[in-house]
Design a protein around this ligand. Structure first.
Ligand code: ATP
Ligand code: MG
Length: 464
């Protein structure tokens, strides 16, 4: 067959699954999703679209998580209504996106039900058989059928639909068996799908680590082949995905998988080199990330500074040891700044997070020095502990110290000492607050102006 014909055939055969294959439909009695488990605003959106003659399905992560018995993070709806039609039906609807208009239907301050019109995967203009051709999706704005909408999604487990009309699950892509097997499988040729959108490789890692699933062999092989292309993804999307890797207490397995799939060598080459030199799968960094995942050392979600600190603290420490900069506070601070600069630039880290990250890393030296004896007649290294405790960055710096202790790279006694100091500073502050309040109250009573008694009007006899 001539080369041209072969290429044309490739384009024609590109469909991910036979296009006219009938979807698998699971009736209500054959699956576990109950309407009661679905967010009521998402139900409202689908009901109104249905009542107005439109198809509307719950799609993506919402269906996947409900089938797994998990609480979905957010809900997405796909419909045959076009954006302007959606807008007419919902007063609380805002259209967003330049290339492909999406409807954001808002409920309260925080909830958005993202509602998109069925669309299809555009055929790449370039030849998919040419590994050097650029086939990154730029144009993703063609409306399509429900089946095409399912096939344009990233992984089979993310391509399932839930139909509120008859409570059935519709599977166009083989997501149900993969969900059962615990498998992350690309919809279509993973090599092409990852070249179209390299962020999908990070998403594969995220879902595998968050759900404890395996990445299917072909999909994994494609990541190992195309990992350098992750560099082509927009930095803002990458940073967002990196933050999401830490969510759901799955940072350690996620970064371990990033290392195994070589994505780490592009995203964090410094960390990758450190892991390879410092024990590989036994490197202390895995203990740092596991301690962060355990959630024992912080309340709420870890901040961006803490996430990056858990990732970079030990690599920086090892570098400082090599360069002999551990004992010298100024040398250590400038080393931290130098090492963070390319990482924060590459990841477009917001300035505030970068400053905070540098601060809590540099503060570790000061924290470590607390058990050192104060030199006779001299000043303690790092200044007064009580002033330090009152600094805004102290809680995060202390959390990082706790992570270091859990990872075995800091003395647990140092953590104990700082917690004692922090409590005593807090106690002092409370008691001086109480004393101040008492003084204020006393001062107020003393200086209270005496109220003049109004004299009773005398019963004077009116004069004539
Ligand atoms: P999460 O629970 O983290 O929100 P999710 O699967 O819902 O996971 P979203 O980013 O909310 O992920 O996206 C919703 C759905 O949109 C996905 O389930 C998937 O079907 C589709 N999707 C998102 N990003 C892509 C992408 N890069 N390529 C193809 N499909 C995508
Ligand atoms: Mg989602």
């Amino acid at each position: 067959m001539g080369k041209l014909h072969f290429r044309a055939l490739l384009l024609v055969c590109r469909p991910i699954m036979p296009r006219n294959r009938k979807p698998v439909i699971r009736r209500r009695s054959e699956h576990t999703i109950s309407r009661k488990d679905i967010d009521e605003d998402a139900l409202r959106v689908m009901q109104r679209l249905n009542r107005n003659g439109h198809k509307a399905y719950l799609v993506g992560g919402g269906v996947r998580d409900l089938l797994l018995g998990r609480n979905p993070k957010d809900y997405d709806v796909s419909t045959d209504a076009e954006p302007q039609q959606i807008k007419k039906l919902f007063r609380n609807c805002f259209l967003v996106g330049r290339r492909f208009r999406l409807a954001h239907i808002r409920f309260g301050y925080h909830k958005i039900i993202e509602t998109s019109t069925f669309r299809r995967q555009p055929d790449p203009l370039a030849d998919p058989s040419d590994p050097n051709a650029c086939i990154m999706s730029r144009d993703d704005n063609e409306y399509g059928t429900p089946a095409e909408d399912a096939r344009r999604r990233d992984f089979t487990i993310n391509g399932l639909f839930y139909d509120l009309k008859d409570f059935s699950i519709i599977d166009h892509v083989g997501g149900l068996p993969d969900l059962k097997k615990g498998m992350i499988r690309s919809i279509g040729d993973p090599g092409i799908r990852f070249r179209e959108d390299p962020v999908r490789m990070l998403r594969a890692v995220r879902f595998a680590s968050r759900l404890g699933f395996r990445i299917e062999a072909r999909t994994r092989k494609a990541i190992l082949k195309h990992y350098p292309e992750i560099e082509k993804a927009a930095p803002a999307r990458l940073l967002e995905e990196i933050y999401r890797l830490f969510a759901f207490h799955a940072g350690e397995p996620a970064f371990f998988l990033l290392w195994q799939t070589k994505l780490m060598s592009v995203l964090f080459p410094e960390v990758d080199a450190y892991v390879n030199k410092n024990g590989k799968d036994q490197a202390p960094i895995w203990r740092f990330l596991a301690a962060l995942d355990s959630g024992e050392h912080w309340r709420g979600d870890p901040t961006p500074a803490l996430m990056f600190a858990a990732l970079l603290c030990d690599p920086i420490q090892k570098r400082a040891e090599v360069l002999g900069a551990v004992a010298d506070r100024t040398a250590y601070a400038s080393l931290v700044e130098d090492l963070i600069a390319p990482i924060s630039q590459r990841n477009r880290m917001p300035k505030a997070a970068r400053y905070r990250l540098i601060r809590i890393l540099v503060d570790q030296q000061r924290l470590d020095a607390v058990l050192e004896p104060t030199p006779k007649g001299g000043r303690r290294r790092g200044g007064s502990p009580s002033r330090f405790v009152n600094q805004e960055s102290f809680p995060e710096a202390l959390t990082l110290l706790e992570l270091r202790a859990a990872a075995g790279t800091a003395d647990p006694q140092v953590v104990v000492r700082w917690n004692e100091l922090a409590s005593s500073v807090l106690r002092e502050a409370r008691s001086s607050e109480r004393t101040d309040a008492a003084k204020d109250a006393a001062a107020k009573t003393r200086s209270k102006p005496r109220r003049r008694r109004r004299r009773k009007p005398r019963n004077e006899t009116p004069r004539d």
